[in-house]
Design a protein around this ligand. Structure first.
Ligand code: 0A1
Ligand code: ZN
Length: 850
């Protein structure tokens, strides 16, 4: 979408219902790569709940061939955003025929082609690129779709109702908004299965892929069946069609899409095999399949009234998929991983120029709001709600939500009302989590007087763009107390903070306890508390809460790195002794031990320093991280190989949590060992690897040891035919490159014949991998910034969505020194000055510039 003169801002407060209801939609597609004809027949009736009778049908990049109302040819007013015309004040039939060109649609929004296959992406506002329609989520209708074309497989939403030579028809009995529409057609093959629902209905399941990918569907299918069972058992939600189709598509802007009965997946988020996918790929695929499936109830049966309510479906569905993963795998490991991810992606967003509320109040381009704040903070908010009301009340509220709102397009007010009605609780203050942006900081102080232990909390949320003043929020702070022997004397209790400053007293204690604060990361906040190294080390050794045990270690690692970077100190050996005890404790889950061993990222350290009023120097952070790893390797050289041997997996490869945890610890240990042996162990692992997890971890160590050339070449020879594996090859080389050569490596990779900027996975592999190379991207002379900006400028005309999302790598620019800030600003301004910049990228760059 090209911006016109001034970008238009859309406001939540301006919401009004559409003037018409849509009683039914019939679509016929005559497929042709550059001249697909779409014939629509839509039954409209005046909406009794509406005050504005304007008949506006959205439409973009459509060639109108003809339009009729009740059979009479009409000539509507066509504008950039759609079509307007006079209509009867009684029910009427709208018919239109438009022509579109899927083949030349490089934005991957609407109907487009990927490797010769037709597919659609309609969320958020892509349906308007298919035909004229009220493309807004509160307009729900029943769709019947006929597809005409020579492709072997032709799919749409709902149930199949007929097919013959060159045609297929589908009918979806469930009313849905246009963003859930989907069509797929191509020469695909399926991996079929069946599922019997809790009430005994049989459902056909299929994963559709390009010929050659059939052997990569089995894991996704198992994940789908597990998700279906889980949603029945945990939420009482049953599937509601005769068929459920998943399609893998190579060119896709996001991870996957929950279209009713026809989920479309980025092939990287569904195709899996041990030889080509890592353990993390498997875990992610399981979670995304679950996520899209869970949307059938949280998103599809109950949808959003408008796009400001996006977190209604996304926050809840992320929360549900996290619960699922915790149930399928390890709960503490999932929680720690989610918090690592939240801090890496959502905290920078919430603490920088892109900060916005979980329910935003305005936007220019909705595609820019599929953010970590809406998804991940949205899920955290639901987690807090559940903590506050308790598990039983949460279940009752959800039952009420499904009962009351099935078939509706809802708001956050509707969502909170079911909790208020199910519990009798007033959630007015809690609602601030939806309207106030920014990460609250909570300062903690303690007092021990006359046998009474008191914790005092002070909350403060720094100003964010457009919101200078913040009110105190409701913050559930889970706390446990340990006595000096390490025994838990007060088990986890949730303190409900509602005021700006609040104290909580504990009596009956024999001695001053050691507090374990914010157990399980019970709220998405930053805790500010001066804690001695001894106390952190004590919690690392004794905390019964796995999250806080990990957190104590993380804080020790951060403190150690800060001292090394800022004060030129050496590594903290006392901490490393404590950490050694944990990683050698074979009663602990290897996955948990691997998380303990992973150091804060360089970007995280940049934020830590910035919070300490120290301008972060990316080179110094890189050097300190290297030094620390080198020191750990030397300090632990006596036991590294033996410990690594204890987690070697003998059994045939399985992508389960148990094996994955062992490989993950093994790979962290290999990284240390490589610093001692110069790559010998990594070379051996590379040679023996029979699965991608081991192959890739070995390759990455060889690259970091500067011994990767042969393996990089061998890997390419082995995998050049596999797109998804080659994405890893691209990403790893630029991600693992030494900072001073990262730009050169990136420049070399974009010259590679297999680099294809039109494929979002490939583009992200190189550009995302490069931006993750913290010190390489932030090279002092600004070459890294210029390189990335060149490519964003190059991609913008073709694919605004992916370009705009990638701009967020610049969001933390104000952390750095004035020289780097100047260099980044210059690149942002250069992007902004690009002629015909897309609305998507323009909005992102303008917000980042502030
Ligand atoms: N609703 C999908 C994500 C998604 C969002 C936007 C898209 O195109 C702009 C595509 C997919 C989900 O949450 O999985
Ligand atoms: Zn989603």
């Amino acid at each position: 979408m090209m911006k016109d003169a001034a970008p238009k801002t859309i406001y939540l407060e301006d919401y009004t219902p559409f003037g018409y209801v849509v009683e039914s939609v019939h679509l016929t597609f005559h497929l042709a790569p550059t001249a697909t004809r779409v014939v629509s027949r839509i039954a409209f009736a005046p909406n009794p709940d509406a005050t504005d009778g304007t008949f506006l049908l959205h439409g973009e990049d459509l060639t109108l061939i003809r339009a009729r109302i009740d059979g009479e040819e009409i000539t509507p007013d066509l504008t950039e955003d759609g079509l307007r015309c006079a209509v009867p004040d009684t029910p009427f039939i709208w018919e239109a025929e438009v022509e579109i060109s899927p083949q030349t649609n490089t934005a991957l929004e609407g109907l487009y082609m990927s490797n010769g296959m037709y597919c659609t992406q309609c969320e958020a506002e892509g349906f308007r690129k298919i035909t004229y329609y009220p493309d807004r989520p509160d307009v729900m209708s029943i769709f019947t779709v006929r597809i005409e074309g020579e492709e072997k497989v032709k799919l749409s939403n709902g149930n199949p109702v007929g097919s013959g030579a060159g045609w297929a028809e589908w009918h979806d009995p469930w009313p849905k908004p246009a963003y859930l529409f989907a069509l797929v057609a191509g020469d695909l093959v399926n991996h079929p299965d069946r599922f019997t629902t809790m009430s005994g209905k049989d459902v056909d399941l299929n994963i559709w892929v390009r010929p050659g990918d059939e052997d990569k569907c089995a894991f996704g299918m198992e994940a789908l069946k597990k998700s279906m069972t889980w949603d029945e058992e945990v939420y009482g939600r049953e599937y509601d069609l005769n068929i459920f189709n998943i399609v893998a598509v190579d060119d896709f802007n996001m991870g996957a899409m929950e279209n009713k009965g026809l989920n479309v997946f980025n092939s990287s988020c569904v195709l899996a095999s041990p030889e080509t996918s890592t353990d993390s790929n498997f875990e992610r695929i399981e979670a995304i399949i679950a996520h899209e499936y869970f949307h059938n109830w949280t998103g599809n049966r109950i949808t959003c009234r408008d796009w400001f309510q996006l977190c209604l479906k996304e926050g809840l569905t992320v929360f549900r998929d996290s619960q699922f993963t915790a149930d399928m795998r390890s709960e503490p490991v999932k929680r720690i991983s989610d918090v690592i991810d939240l801090r890496a992606r959502q905290f920078p967003e919430d603490q920088g120029p892109l900060s916005h509320p979980v329910r935003p109040e305005s936007f220019q381009e909705i595609n820019n709001f599929y953010t970590a704040t809406i998804y991940e903070k949205g899920a955290e908010v639901i987690g807090m709600l559940k903590t506050l009301v308790g598990d039983d009340a949460y279940s009752r509220a959800l039952d009420l939500y499904f009962d009351r709102h099935d078939g509706q397009a809802c708001t956050i007010e509707d969502w909170l009302a079911v909790f208020e009605d199910a519990t009798g609780r007033d959630l007015a203050q809690f609602k601030l989590w939806y309207s106030q942006s920014g990460t609250p900081r909570v300062a903690v102080s303690e007092d021990w007087t006359d046998g009474v232990y008191t914790l005092t909390f002070k909350q403060h949320t720094p100003p964010t763009p457009g919101q200078d003043v913040k009110d105190p929020k409701v913050i559930p702070i889970a706390v446990g107390l340990l006595n000096p022997n390490g025994d838990e004397v007060v088990p986890t209790r949730v303190l409900e903070m509602t005021q700006a400053e609040q104290s909580f007293a504990f009596d009956g204690l024999a001695s001053k306890p050691v507090p374990s604060i914010l157990r399980g990361f019970s709220a998405p906040i930053v805790v500010d508390r001066e804690v001695s190294r001894e106390e952190r080390a004590f919690l690392l050794a004794h905390d019964t809460d796995a999250f806080n045990r990990w957190e104590a270690n993380r804080n020790l690692a951060r403190d150690c790195l800060v001292a090394m970077i800022r004060d030129g100190a050496g590594p903290d050996n006392a901490w490393l002794d404590g950490l050694e005890r944990v990683i050698r404790d074979d009663s602990l889950d290897p996955a948990f031990r691997a998380l303990m061993l992973s150091l804060p990222t360089q970007s995280e350290m940049a934020q830590v320093l910035f919070d300490l009023f120290t301008v972060p120097d990316p080179d110094a952070i890189w050097q300190a991280s290297e030094d620390l790893r080198g020191h750990m390797a030397v300090a632990w050289q006596g036991f590294l190989p033996d410990l690594r041997a204890t987690v070697a997996v003998d059994a045939p490869y399985a992508p389960d949590a148990d094996q994955a945890g062992k490989r993950s610890l093994g790979s962290a240990l290999l990284a240390l060992q490589t610093r001692l042996d110069g790559g010998a162990a990594a070379q051996a692992q590379y040679g023996a690897a029979d699965n991608m997890t081991l192959q890739l971890s070995a390759l990455s160590q060889l690259i970091s040891a500067g011994k990767g050339d042969a393996a990089v070449k061998a890997f390419e020879d082995q995998w050049h035919h596999d797109r998804l594996v080659m994405d890893k090859w691209f990403g790893l080389q630029v991600g693992m490159a030494k900072p001073d050569v990262a730009v050169d490596v990136a420049q070399r990779l974009v010259q590679h014949p297999a680099f294809d900027m039109g494929n979002p996975n490939r583009f992200r592999a190189v550009m995302g991998g490069f931006a993750m190379n913290h010190a390489g991207f932030h090279r002092k002379d600004g070459e890294g910034y210029a390189f990335l900006a060149d490519w964003l400028i190059a991609l913008d005309d073709r694919n605004p969505q992916t370009t705009a999302r990638m701009c967020s790598v610049f969001q933390t620019w104000k952390r750095y020194d004035t020289n780097r800030q100047g260099l980044i600003r210059a690149q942002l301004e250069r992007i902004k000055a690009k002629p015909k910049l897309s609305r998507d990228t323009d909005e992102m760059v303008s917000r980042i510039l502030g």
